[in-house]
Ligand binder design. Structure first.
Ligand SMILES: Cc1cc2nc3c(=O)[nH]c(=O)nc-3n(C[C@H](O)[C@H](O)[C@H](O)COP(=O)(O)O)c2cc1C
Length: 479
């Protein structure tokens, strides 16, 4: 909240997201209500409580006035933002019309009007796209922490002019220039970028981060939208269209052609076939008798340890040379891009904490992490399984994407997810053989994982999870 804003410049206002309301409870605390839930926000001064109606329409982020009240309102905005309860509108004050509305997609995202110099070139990120959502046009990017609802057709049209890099000075001369505020907002959200010399001229712009060069547009979008952590769209087992469409039958209706009966070839199951049939997902664990470090070591040795490292030359293509580190499961192009990280709640002989499995040394390396993040990760795992308690160990599979996308174009990310499936089944079978409980988990929080490792979501990102632990007696009785 700075000095008095220019009366005619577009301004940012924070307002409550649709479906959220503010009120005051019997204890004179401020509360937010949404999705049938009530969130206590704490005590505020009468001055601030008197302003809560303003949150329906929007509180100016740059408003000046009583500094005490401004500080409290700013703290309230931050708090509401952390819970994802706000959206922000950039409004043309002169015309009293919204230019765009910012919908945060990541926890704690707050829009900022990034500073743009007159001589600074700007271009649209190659990961940005515009699409129709209901009755709106939205501008999004897997790099951005927010999406932008384009309310003004002139802003929508102007975005197209950013296909080529132009300086702010040049952009100002174009018809329908929407104001530097729009550009500053989009620059801050990494929807726009300032091209660097040389490398950013080609279609594979580094966009200020070499880690993006190898990413295809659809792969980065899929990585950020198909799990939790980088978007705010409800996802998971919501049965969203179950009232409109009946479920498909579990067994595919038979083709009408002649059938060759295979049952006469039935044989007694081999030990391996028996193991396949005996395997099942175990979601509740024996907290009195947790999994031991020795068992963890054996699971990792059998499923994921590096067996050999050698150089490979691809004479079929361009003679490219690279190193491969073979492990017990198959991997497309011998990429072996998956790394295992263990969030340990309970393990006999191993302290609660977060570890990387060093598959070459066959060792667990502790990674210092905030206890609250570790607890949140374990709790997410518990929720995903609908389990009575936390998994004893939650394994996150993280992909070093560049191992795959250095070679493969077009389907690199699909290949990574196939590898996740391969490794999941390998872990399931190893665990089943050792009579250890295991359960795959479909979606994890890629932002939380990135926070815990300090490695960006597009460099080495979470792509799969698996819970393991000593099965509880009740889990073994199921079925
Ligand atoms: C890719 C994948 C994702 C899964 N995600 C979850 C999950 O998020 N939560 C859960 O409780 N089970 C999950 N499961 C376990 C399945 O629900 C389970 O495999 C299925 O119900 C069949 O039961 P079974 O594994 O005991 O044979 C997942 C399994 C796979 C293969």
């Amino acid at each position: 909240m700075g000095s008095e804003p220019h009366p005619l410049r577009p301004r940012l206002f924070a307002r409550l997201s649709p479906g959220v309301s503010l009120g005051i409870n019997a204890a004179a605390e401020l509360v937010a209500s949404f999705d049938g839930r009530t969130l206590r926000l704490g005590k505020f001064s009468p001055n601030t409580l008197g302003r809560i109606a303003e949150f329906s329409d929007g509180v100016a982020l740059d408003a000046s006035g009583d500094p005490e009240n401004a500080r409290e309102v700013a703290a309230l905005i931050k708090r509401l933002g952390l819970y994802g309860l706000l959206e922000y509108r950039l409004t043309d004050v002169a015309e009293r019309a919204d230019l765009l509305v910012v919908e945060p997609q990541m926890r704690g995202y707050a829009p900022r009007l990034g500073f743009v110099e007159e001589s600074q070139p700007l271009a649209l990120s190659r990961f940005a796209y515009i699409r129709r959502r209901g009755g709106d046009m939205v501008l999004e990017s897997p790099r951005a922490g927010a999406l932008f609802r384009l309310c003004d057709a002139r802003v929508l049209a102007f975005i197209a002019r950013l296909a080529q890099a132009r300086t702010l000075e040049e952009l100002r001369d174009l018809p329908d220039f929407p104001g530097v505020e729009v550009l500053g907002l989009l620059l801050d959200a990494e929807i726009l970028f300032t091209p660097g010399p040389g490398a950013d001229k080609g279609p594979r712009a580094a966009e200020g981060d070499d880690g993006f060069v190898l990413w295809d547009f659809h792969d980065l979008l899929f990585h950020s939208r198909s799990t939790n952590g980088r978007h705010a769209t409800p996802s998971g087992g919501l049965y969203a269209y179950s009232r409109l469409v009946p479920p498909l039958p579990a067994v595919r209706p038979a083709w009408p052609g002649a059938a060759v009966d295979l049952t006469p070839f039935d044989a007694a199951p081999s030990p391996f076939a028996a193991l396949l049939r005996q395997r099942r997902s175990i979601r509740s664990y024996d907290s009195q008798n947790p999994i031991s470090l020795a068992e963890v070591a054996q699971i990792l040795d059998r499923a994921a340890r590096i067996l050999s490292v050698r150089r490979l030359r691809d004479d079929f293509r361009n003679g490219a040379e690279f190193e491969i580190a073979r492990r017990p499961y198959p991997s497309g192009g011998a990429s072996y891009e998956l790394e295992l990280y263990l969030a340990v709640d309970k393990c006999e002989g191993l302290e609660r904490g977060f570890y990387h499995y060093d598959a070459a040394r066959h060792a667990l390396v502790a990674i210092p992490t905030d206890e609250r993040d570790l607890a949140a990760m374990l709790e997410d795992g518990q929720l995903a399984m609908g389990a009575p308690s936390s998994p004893q160990i939650l394994i996150t599979m993280a992909a070093r994407f560049g191992r795959v996308s250095w070679k493969y174009s077009g389907f690199a990310y699909a290949l990574v997810l196939k590898h996740v499936g391969v490794l999941m089944q390998t872990l399931y079978l190893v665990a089943a053989e050792m009579e250890i409980g295991a359960c795959a988990i479909g979606a994890g929080d890629i932002d939380l994982f990135s926070k815990m490792t300090g490695v960006a979501f597009h460099i080495e990102g979470a792509v799969g999870q698996m819970a393991i632990g000593r099965a509880s007696a009740s889990a073994l009785d199921d079925d």
